[in-house]
Design a protein around this ligand. Structure first.
Ligand SMILES: C[S@@+](CC[C@H](N)C(=O)[O-])C[C@H]1O[C@@H](n2cnc3c(N)ncnc32)[C@H](O)[C@@H]1O
Length: 212
């Protein structure tokens, strides 16, 4: 991607997600699908009180809020490109001690090497996931640390259809670019993760990569 197309993408993401979350927590999709899936993900992660966890593309911080009840001593961090969602996360009393940053993940992750035990990316990897960003996730995880990706995945033949549906549904062109399970595995393993789990979190896919 050229710098101009990256800038155009970042601008569209900030505009779209800046208003997308208003009222989202009252929708049936959130209450009966997305939130229960975040809770299921936390059960799968099974953090201890001192786990250091970062949520990439954290939005208003739903996963971090849920995690704050279990992670009472470890670092809770979140990064998102959209200032409005980080502002909303900062207003959440449960996230008072969280390290929340406004940043484009494609510009790098502003944390030192080996900082985290767990990284998560829920409903966001398709916006920024590539070899370069994965290398950054790998860098900030400690050896043996795990990256949990929850995203839409369909067989390769159907990815153009999924792109079309999501763009039509949202009315915004950034909501495309999905990949197949095989492509995702290849991408994750290309930077040195080992895929240790890949299973449905219906109708999304949970993929776990462990830093070797
Ligand atoms: C569908 S929301 C999901 C939010 C959250 N993970 C959740 O499950 O509620 C996608 C999020 O990814 C963020 N995002 C998109 N592109 C990004 C980028 N390049 N860097 C950081 N965050 C990004 C958006 O601002 C948005 O908050």
């Amino acid at each position: 991607m050229t710098q101009a197309s990256l800038d155009a993408r970042a601008k569209a993401e900030i505009e779209f997600f800046g208003s997308f979350f208003e009222g989202w927590d009252r929708t049936l999709s959130h209450r009966f699908y997305f939130l229960p899936n975040l809770r299921r993900l936390l059960v799968a992660i099974n953090p201890t009180p001192d786990t250091n966890l970062i949520d990439l593309g954290c939005g208003v911080g739903y996963l971090l809020t849920e995690a704050s009840a279990r992670i009472t001593e470890g670092v809770l961090a979140g990064i998102d490109i959209t200032p409005a969602v980080i502002e909303a996360a900062r207003a959440d009393p449960k996230l008072r001690r969280a390290d929340l940053r406004v940043c484009d993940i494609r510009a790098g992750l502003p944390w030192p090497d080996n900082s985290f035990d767990v990284a998560t990316a829920t409903s966001t990897f398709h916006h920024w996931g590539d070899t370069e960003t994965l290398k950054e996730v790998w860098r900030i995880l400690r050896p043996g640390g795990k990256f949990y990706i929850v995203d839409w995945c369909v067989p390769k033949l159907l990815t153009p259809l999924l792109d079309w549906i999501m763009i039509r549904w949202s009315g915004c062109w950034i909501n495309g670019g999905y990949c197949s399970k095989k492509e995702l595995h290849q991408l994750v393993e290309s930077v040195g993760f080992k895929v240790t789990h890949s299973g449905l979190m219906p109708p999304m896919l949970l993929t776990v990569g462990e830093k070797q």
